[in-house]
Design a binder for this molecule. Sequence first.
Ligand code: ATP
Ligand code: MG
Length: 415
Amino acid sequence: MPENYVVHYAEVALKGKNRPEFVHALRRNLTRALSGMDPHIRHSEGRLLVTAVGPGDEVAARIGSTFGVAWFSPAVMVESDMGKIRPSVLEMARGAKGKSFKVDARRSDKSFPLKSQEIAGQLGAEVAEATGMRVDLTHPDVVLHVDVTASGTVLYSGKQAGPGGLPVGTAGRVVLLFSGGIDSPVAAWLMMKRGCMPVYVHFYLAPTSQAALDSKITRLLKVLSSYGGKSTLVLVPFADYQLATVGEKDDLEPSLFRRFMRMTCEALAPWFGASAIATGDSLSQAASQTLWNIGAFDRGSTLPVLRPLLGFDKEEIIGTARRIATFDLSIEEYKDCCAIITRHPKTRVKAEAVSEAVERLGLGSLVWRVIEGATLVTYNPLTGEMKSAPLSEAMRRSKGPVRAQAAPPSVEAPA
Ligand code: ATP
Ligand code: MG
């Protein structure tokens, strides 16, 4: 049996001209999220009516993790005829739990013979008699919604919260520094929540890209793709960086390495149509994240650097990580660039000192060397297929860097 849902999006995002684009993107993302379930989605009366075939909890889980959904509810669709509406409302009322109720009737089909108040009055009296629940118009335990539209009547009761936010893809792309720790997956989720599509960039220490592919990084990618859809990950080896900085006093670390990561992201961004960089930094959480060291990281950046976790306490970040199911993977042991450890990291590294080291060590050209050794990974959550190939090959095949506005990435993994 197909399941019907009424899906509401957040009104706040819908002022003005962006509305059709927003609704179109939400429909597209819901269609993708429900793929394999024969989804049909109709826009009507400022909300979406979704039909899909599949187990109710599975359909609800997929709708409930699609950004842009404010709330949703299983719904029953019937002909706009009181003879059809009445038994369905009574059935819905009998299944509801509560001592009081109200019928919330809306009539957008003005050819329907009863006015909203008459519909609510008639149905209210019958529900009260059939169930023994009392009518409470101000604080009812149960609200029975009856929306009479020209194409049929939608009945629903009880709202389930969606994740809110904006549909992924409506706010462009960001290159997201992805460490596999607790913070950066949450940062990715928050960027997606505001409509951005992340291109994940991970710097790995493992001797081969296969080891990085087999690590928790790709497992985290899978979890995050259940929110963002098809995902792109760039695995960047950073052994060459370590070689280039051998013998350097570790005064500047971890700021120098973080500047190098930022420079690499800047070089990658145009190839993926990304218009910003995002990180999982939270102010002063670590020595690398003091205001001064963040400044050393950002210096010279031509792209905005976004830090969605900047004002979050660790406990708040952990709470979200648990909720979005990344936490358990994040705490698995993994050797990442935190292996570049300075026992007494400076909390006030000078941006100029980092810039001087970048020049002296030729890190600008090293960026292109590490990109040459990088691996492009794509994951499609609908097919479960993960593909990987050298990034340089994909770059050579592509039409070249693209401007940030261009929606499709110019670098795609091989078919
Ligand atoms: P996280 O839990 O995200 O690892 P953290 O508390 O360990 O954060 P840092 O290691 O200083 O803090 O990293 C801060 C941010 O720098 C990360 O959130 C991420 O955006 C970026 N970053 C750190 N290591 C890497 C890496 N190996 N590859 C890509 N980005 C990284
Ligand atoms: Mg980390």
